[in-house]
Structure formats: structure tokens, C-alpha cells
Ligand binder design. Structure first.
Ligand code: ADP
Ligand code: ADP
Length: 222
């Protein structure tokens, strides 16, 4: 599968948060690096259908995602940054809830949850409330809900934010195992999260894509 982004623009008043952003993704891991204010959240919010673009197109295998409607939910998985919003939910309650929002049947949610809980080493804490979990566990729960529908397009926003080095490496290894047969997009400002596992790295600044290449080639140029 492939994703083609063409001339994507989004402004807030006079501020160009995203400007003529154009790129292509095929299966594999892509890292997006950029300082605060570069436009990463704006891009991710548009790709997750949480924000309306001003102009430009996003084509999934040739089909504009805005025209895919509800079936885009079946293709896309999103791991957001941590929020306190669902802190009183238990792990299984939260995951079921997220699955329902994706339009999944409860039987399928249950089946995938049984597969993924041990894979992400969350079996023992499944009955615990989110607020009782460590940061690393919480991140793994967020990753799990993003994987529920076995998405072909997986979007991860700062997947290692606030984690200690050990948990960071753990999450990175989990992500690198996911890359076959899907597009994985990781926004981060931690270079080590993506430099060894990405096929390509995109560098963003001031709402623009300033470079995109393999980590090796970027290294040579910088
Ligand atoms: P990043 O995620 O890389 O930090 P953002 O996409 O959050 O970048 O922001 C890009 C630019 O757009 C920044 O200058 C930011 O202040 C601005 N911006 C983002 N969201 C809004 C908003 N809702 N209203 C006004 N300005 C915004
Ligand atoms: P990130 O940590 O991903 O860079 P930010 O903390 O910059 O995210 O922004 C968090 C949220 O606040 C985003 O949804 C963004 O759209 C919004 N935002 C960012 N900058 C502004 C701004 N200047 N005015 C209003 N909202 C903003």
C-alpha cells in the first residue's frame, strides 16, 4: 500500500502551521523529526482525521482519505500522546471502549485483546486502572489500542515521551517488529527512537518538509 500526501496546507490565522507538505510513504517505518512548533501535531491531526486541512490531498492507494469515510477507521491506527482523560478506566475497559469507537465488534475486540495483552506484556495489569500504571505500561496500553484493528497505517505521536531509557528501548523494539506490511509513522523529537529502525526520516521545520532520506544518507549530509 502507499500513501501520497500532496501540497498539504494548514494555517492558523497568518501562521502557516503546515505549508505545501508533499511526500510519499510505502510499507515501512518513517520517522518525523522537528523542533516544537515545526508542524508535526498539525500533520498528524490531519492524517488522523482530527483536523480539517485548508488544501491539498492525502491519497491512500489512490483514494482520497476524506472520501473513505468510516472505512478509514479500519485502515488507520493512532497512538496519541498521554492524557489523563481515561485514568479511571481499567486497561480492558479502556481498550474495549477504544475498539467500540473504531466500530469493531465486541467479539473481535476480545480476540485481539487476548492476542495483544501478552505480546505487550500487559496481561498482569489488565484489571488495573490506567492511573495505577507506570508511564511505560500506559504507553504500551496506548500502543495496544492503536493496534486493535491491525491497522495498515499506524500513526504514533511521541511514543516514548516521558519514559526511562529501558522502557524506551522496549517500545522501540515493539515498534520495529510491527513494520512489515504496513506504514508506520512516528513523530518524535528523540532521534534515537527512530534512527535505527526507520526506513526514512523526515525533517520538519516551520511547517515545511526540509529533508527526507534514509538515516544513513541524512547522517552523511549533516
Ligand atoms: P509541533 O507538533 O511540531 O510542535 P504544531 O503542529 O503543534 O507543531 O504547531 C505548528 C505551529 O502552528 C506552531 O507555530 C503552533 O504554535 C501553531 N499552532 C498549532 N495549533 C494551533 C492552534 N490551534 N491555534 C493557533 N496556532 C496553532
Ligand atoms: P506537541 O507537544 O505535539 O508539540 P503542543 O504542545 O505544541 O503539541 O500542542 C498541543 C495542542 O495545542 C495541539 O493540538 C496544537 O494544535 C495546540 N496548539 C499548539 N500551539 C497552539 C497555539 N499557539 N494556540 C493554540 N493552540 C495551539
Amino acid at each position: 500500500m502507499e500513501l501520497k500526501i500532496q501540497d498539504l496546507c494548514k494555517s492558523y490565522g497568518k501562521k502557516k502551521a503546515l505549508w505545501k507538505f508533499t511526500t510519499e510513504f510505502e510499507n515501512g517505518i518513517y520517522g518525523i523529526l522537528g523542533p516544537n512548533g515545526a508542524g508535526k501535531s498539525t500533520l498528524l491531526n490531519i492524517l488522523t482525521d482530527n483536523l480539517l486541512r485548508d488544501s491539498g490531498s492525502v491519497l491512500y492507494d489512490g483514494e482520497e482519505i476524506l472520501n473513505l469515510g468510516a472505512s478509514y477507521r479500519e485502515i488507520m491506527g493512532y497512538m496519541p500522546q498521554q492524557q489523563q482523560l481515561y485514568d479511571t478506566f481499567t486497561v480492558t475497559h479502556f481498550i474495549s471502549y477504544m475498539g467500540t469507537l473504531k466500530g469493531m465488534k465486541s467479539r473481535d475486540i476480545q480476540r485481539r485483546m487476548d492476542e495483544l495483552l501478552p505480546l505487550l506484556n500487559l496481561q498482569k495489569v489488565r484489571k488495573k486502572k490506567l492511573k495505577e500504571l507506570s508511564g511505560g505500561m500506559k504507553q504500551r496500553v496506548l500502543l495496544l489500542q492503536a493496534l486493535l484493528n491491525d491497522p495498515k497505517f499506524l500513526i504514533l505521536d511521541e511514543p516514548t515521551a516521558g519514559l526511562d531509557p529501558k522502557e524506551r528501548i522496549r517500545i522501540r523494539n515493539l515498534i520495529s517488529d510491527l513494520s512489515e506490511d504496513r506504514i508506520v509513522l512516528i513523530a518524535t523529537h528523540v532521534v534515537s527512537d527512530i534512527e535505527f529502525i526507520s526506513k526514512e526520516i523526515l525533517l520538519m521545520k516551520n511547517g515545511r518538509l526540509v529533508d527526507q532520506d534514509s538515516p544513513e544518507n541524512l547522517q552523511k549530509r549533516i
